[in-house]
Every structure is written in structure tokens, then in C-alpha cells.
Ligand binder design. Structure first.
Ligand code: ZN
Length: 322
């Protein structure tokens, strides 16, 4: 049988760069390009380099004889209820309420779909990654903030229209935690985030803890999840303490999510977890121990790392086009 010539264009728009890729029906990337996202500019100017990369991808597809089924876009923020427009894109505010879907449909005359990056990543893992064939699938992603999304019977459940109400990443894991933008205290996305990690480091410095991580920071190296991961792999005690604390909050959240949503598969992904095998192992270990001891959960759930790594949202954005 002849192999399918169908591909779709995936566009993962992020705060400072956009990835454009031609993706085939099996989730294989056939061509990949990068473009700058021009932040702090009006929407059309912000998107201009991405559109050029998109047009190059379309030209390349035609030259190779591929049939482009449509364009899938993943955005780092929330969409309005109809999923036709970006609602709140914190890193690219000029895209808020911008008619991106209509613009692309008119300009390229093909189907276009729009997702927030959490939904896209979940769809990607379900079609091409570690969630294949699961009916109830929960995805928790740890990036600069924590996000979560849920698929039941093949459908992404509505997050609710409001920016905060009912959004499942606002699950409280610590009654005494800091106040979240949603008004509650101790939401998982305030306990585990880039900001929270930095606070943990500052507490260690104030306690007078020592080690390579602290030395590097005192020598003015910028804090980043990668730096933390590096030092944790080297066995730095402060980095490992921070992982321990994050691991505890995350596994606490995993247990709460399982109680509430009873997923068959629970996928852990996102930049911070993907770059930190030690943290991934600590969360999975703690979560599995919780479940194992668990009168609290009804059924067994598999807690697994995402298979697609950083490409989850890119690949997921094209799923409905095939
Ligand atoms: Zn919250």
C-alpha cells in the first residue's frame, strides 16, 4: 500500500519563539523551522516572522508532493469559550482577542484549529504518546507554572469560560500556602513554579545552607530550572532538597487529581519535569507510594512520563486535522 502523503502544519507559538513543523499522520515531524515571536508589538507584527516560516513550510510541502490537511496552532495561554480566539496570553498580550483563526483561514484557505498549549500537549500524548488508547487521561505539566488538562472519552473537558473558575490547575495542596491569582491559597501552581523554586533557594541561602548551587547563584549565575537540574544530578544537597519539596507538593496534587477525576493514565510532562529525571522519579515514586497505600483512590492509575517531551503541544495541535 502506498504511504499516505497527508501532513499538517503545526505552529507552536511561545513567548519568544515559534516552532513551525510539517507533521504526518503518525506524528512524525517531516520538516521543522523556528521563527522569532516579536513580543511587545501589535499582533500582526508579532506574528510576521511566524507567518513567513509557515509559508516556507507550505512551499516545501508542495515541492515534496505532500497534501497539507490544515494548520494547528498552540498558544501559551487561554482561549475564549468558542476556542476561536485567544483570551489571555500573558507573554503576548497583543494576541488577546485577536482573530487569529479567521485570519489564517482566510489567508491560507484551509482548516485551522486553535488550542491552548495544555490541551494541545494532552491531545498529542493521547494520539502519539504515552496516553494511546486511554479513555480518561489526565496531563499535568510543570513549566514556569503548573498546568493540567483532562480528556474523558476522547473529549477534552471544558475548563469553564472564566479564566480561573474551574480551571483544574487551581487545585489547592496547602491551606497555608501563598494566595493565588484565583483568590484561593496554596494552589499547586503557586507551590510549584519558577517563582516558588526561587523562593525555596532564597530560604536556603537565608538558612546559611552551602553547596555548589548556592555558590553559583552567589556568583551571579541566573537561576533556571536547568541549573537546578544540573546541580541535582551532581548530588547538590540544596538542589535535592528543593526537588524533594516540589516532589511532595506534586505527588500531593497527583493524589488529589486522581481522587477527583479517576483517570486511567496520568501523564507528567512540561519543560521542568522533562529536563529533570531526578524530579520526575521523585514525583512518580511518591505518587505511586501514595496510591499503593491508598484507601483514598478507587482504581489503579498509571503515573507515567510524557513520551513526546517538548514536542507534545506541537504534535497535539494537528491531531483533529487527520
Ligand atoms: Zn489558584
Amino acid at each position: 500500500m502506498r504511504a499516505s502523503r497527508n501532513v499538517a502544519v503545526g505552529l507552536e507559538i511561545r513567548g519568544s519563539r515559534t516552532t513551525v513543523a510539517l507533521i504526518d499522520e503518525r506524528g512524525k515531524v517531516r520538516m521543522r523551522g523556528e521563527a522569532k515571536t516579536l513580543r511587545g508589538r501589535p499582533a500582526m507584527a508579532t506574528l510576521e516572522p511566524c507567518e513567513r516560516a509557515l509559508e516556507e513550510a507550505l512551499t516545501y510541502a508542495r515541492s515534496e508532493g505532500w497534501v497539507v490537511q490544515g494548520i494547528g496552532v498552540s498558544l501559551p495561554g487561554t482561549l475564549d469559550c468558542t476556542r476561536h480566539r485567544p483570551l489571555l496570553i500573558p507573554s503576548l498580550p497583543s494576541l488577546n482577542d485577536f482573530p487569529l483563526l479567521e485570519l489564517f483561514r482566510q489567508r491560507y484557505d484551509m482548516p485551522v484549529c486553535l488550542f491552548d498549549d495544555m490541551e494541545a500537549a494532552l491531545l498529542g500524548e493521547q494520539r502519539f504518546g504515552s496516553g494511546r488508547d486511554a479513555q480518561r487521561l489526565l496531563y499535568l505539566s510543570v513549566n514556569a507554572v503548573v498546568g493540567a488538562s483532562l480528556i474523558v472519552d476522547g473529549q477534552i473537558t471544558e475548563h469553564g469560560c472564566s479564566q480561573y473558575m474551574g480551571h483544574i490547575c487551581h487545585i489547592s495542596v496547602s491551606a497555608g500556602g501563598p494566595r493565588c491569582s484565583c483568590g484561593k491559597r496554596g494552589c499547586i501552581n503557586t507551590m510549584v513554579s519558577l517563582d516558588a523554586m526561587q523562593k525555596m533557594v532564597q530560604r536556603a541561602i537565608r538558612r546559611g545552607d552551602e553547596g555548589k548551587l548556592i555558590t553559583r547563584l552567589l556568583n551571579r549565575e541566573a537561576f533556571s530550572p536547568r541549573l537546578l537540574a544540573e546541580e541535582a544530578e551532581n548530588g547538590d544537597s540544596v538542589a535535592l532538597q528543593i526537588y524533594n519539596e516540589m516532589g511532595r507538593w506534586l505527588s500531593n496534587a497527583v493524589t488529589r487529581y486522581v481522587e477527583l477525576f479517576d483517570p486511567h493514565i496520568f501523564i507528567l510532562g512540561g519543560d521542568i519535569l522533562c529536563t529533570s529525571p531526578a524530579l520526575m522519579a521523585s514525583v512518580r515514586g511518591a505518587a505511586n507510594a501514595d496510591m499503593g497505600s491508598g484507601a483514598r483512590v478507587q482504581s489503579m492509575v498509571k503515573v507515567v512520563p510524557g513520551l513526546l517531551g517538548r514536542d507534545a503541544a506541537l504534535l497535539g495541535s494537528v491531531v483533529p486535522l487527520f
